[in-house]
Design a protein around this ligand. Sequence first.
Ligand code: ATP
Length: 354
Amino acid sequence: MALLEVDDLTVTYRTAGGDVPAVRGVSFALDAGQKLGLAGESGCGKSTMALALLRLLPTTARFTGEIRFDGEDVLSMSWGRLRAVRWAGASIVFQGAMHSLNAVQRIGAQIAEPIRLHSPKTGDAEVRRRVGELLEHVGLPARRADAYPHELSGGQRQRVMIAMALACDPQLIVADEPTTALDVMIQAQILTLIESLVAEQGISLLMISHDLSVLADTCDRLAVMYAGRIVEEGPAATVFGAARHPYGAALAAAFPRIGDPASRRRPQGLAGDPPDPADLPAGCAFHPRCAVRLDHCDAVDPELWPTADRQVPDGGEFRKVREARPAGDGARAACVRVLPDDGVGLAASERESA
Ligand SMILES: Nc1ncnc2c1ncn2[C@@H]1O[C@H](COP(=O)(O)OP(=O)(O)OP(=O)(O)O)[C@@H](O)[C@H]1O
């Protein structure tokens, strides 16, 4: 059984200016011990997804669909049960630790909070010992428990956030852009730390980033989000190395692996911006930016389907295959772009010029 199953999740923010559909029918599963990367540009709904998983969304958000964590439906859970699942079942490491930590409380007391919440009978000495152990586990001396957040560097603060996330031995860690605010060297250290901790403790990881290459290095599987939908999902090497969806391919081209001579790719920017969720283009939301769009792409919004059998949109028709559990490596894409060795083309114009 999957540890986390998200089924047809929609999240819509109610605002004075109208409804903002931030997540539009997302489905995916994460097995115990698996590492899934969720990629996409700013505004495509990644953080909304992360917040929905633990029902941390603002009250203006309306949601439909199902989120099952360890078999239990999170969206219909009682508040009491939800409190038990937060930290001990799943915990979130947010981007920008400075904003997530309380500036006027020592970090030891902040790490102790989830421990006290979940094990109220734990004595002070034992809590202190556990906090010290957690700090050492993330590479900080135990005595740093007495420090205030402003006395630590950005990387150290992010380590504190990770210590907090580990405090109640969760089964799942959701890391939302955990290294975005850090410089490159520190980013690498934090990623290595996250990787080693989840591997050591068998924790599942849902890592969110706009940087597909970072996710490809860290995760087993990747899901690419665009305008509130997953447009491609599959094994990390397949999605990063041979993305089928034009947006997945563009994202991979925009974030080549740094220092990887084998990749020999130069970063290629993607023109334009993601659409405003409150004003989505008709048909496939990516079509205005897509270099290989077909005539009907402004009319048909393709769904995810298995890519193993190389189905292509052809003759003006998308052939849809709806399978909850596709066979093989489970790779799915909402559109299939041409690959040089495929022998199949996406756009007629591309086939002619090939
Ligand atoms: N509380 C809110 N009320 C209204 N709209 C919101 C709210 N939070 C997010 N949104 C909108 O929902 C969409 C998705 O936002 P979200 O933060 O989930 O995207 P993201 O991919 O995580 O982007 P980023 O990396 O910039 O955080 C955006 O258009 C955003 O403006």
